[in-house]
Ligand binder design. Sequence first.
Ligand code: ADP
Ligand code: ADP
Length: 220
Amino acid sequence: MIEFKRVSKRYESHDALRDISLTIDTGEMAFITGHSGAGKSTLLRLLLLLDRPSSGELSVNQRPTSAIKRRGIAAYRRNFGIVFQDHQLLFDRSVFDNVALPLVIAGFGRRDVNRRARAALDKVGLLDREGANPASLSGGEQQRVGIARAVVARPRILIADEPTGNLDPDLSAEIMELFRAFNRVGVTVLIASHDLALISRMRHRIITLHEGRLIEGEGR
Ligand code: ADP
Ligand code: ADP
């Protein structure tokens, strides 16, 4: 479903990604790893059309993203739920309102918003905290709210950039189990992480970048 064909990304004189050929199947769960500066975020940014390849082709669901023009980008991005390292929650509103926000923006009616937001909070085990301010939650709980918000509109692909970067090992493992639970119900999951110890234990596919190149054989 996601296919990079000989994709390179050059910033001024620096190659952030070099000749990346990579296929990720529908329903797969995969990790992207590599040192800081290896190109992990750049790869995710290209996938989300926050940036465009300098050369090569990126296709999602058989469709070359080069054919997606500016006005098609919002619809394209609805395929994706995004989890950030620092969760990016809004502290001026409740946990419920944070999770509901993507649905409100998408124009869902109040009953659907309520039902879906509560279902998402239930999946991450935080239904009893719906009225709380996110600032009163622990770091692990805040990240779970971030995941509920990412999945609330039922995206087919879940993207996370260092989602456990600020968490201790036990909480990190819990967060990874949550991703795994969404993967089990059919969501394609792609997680950038430099925590090799953690992701090795997960026994899912690992894709390694080194100075913008993919390690031989890991693109499939
Ligand atoms: P990672 O996420 O693996 O740490 P990045 O994708 O953020 O790596 O960065 C890969 C390389 O591209 C780095 O050398 C980084 O400095 C460079 N880079 C990333 N974004 C930009 C940009 N907008 N302008 C210039 N250089 C960039
Ligand atoms: P970096 O610090 O690596 O340059 P950002 O802080 O801009 O990256 O964002 C981190 C990641 O979050 C990006 O790699 C991208 O996957 C995602 N992201 C950032 N901004 C947006 C946005 N406006 N819409 C969707 N995803 C975004």
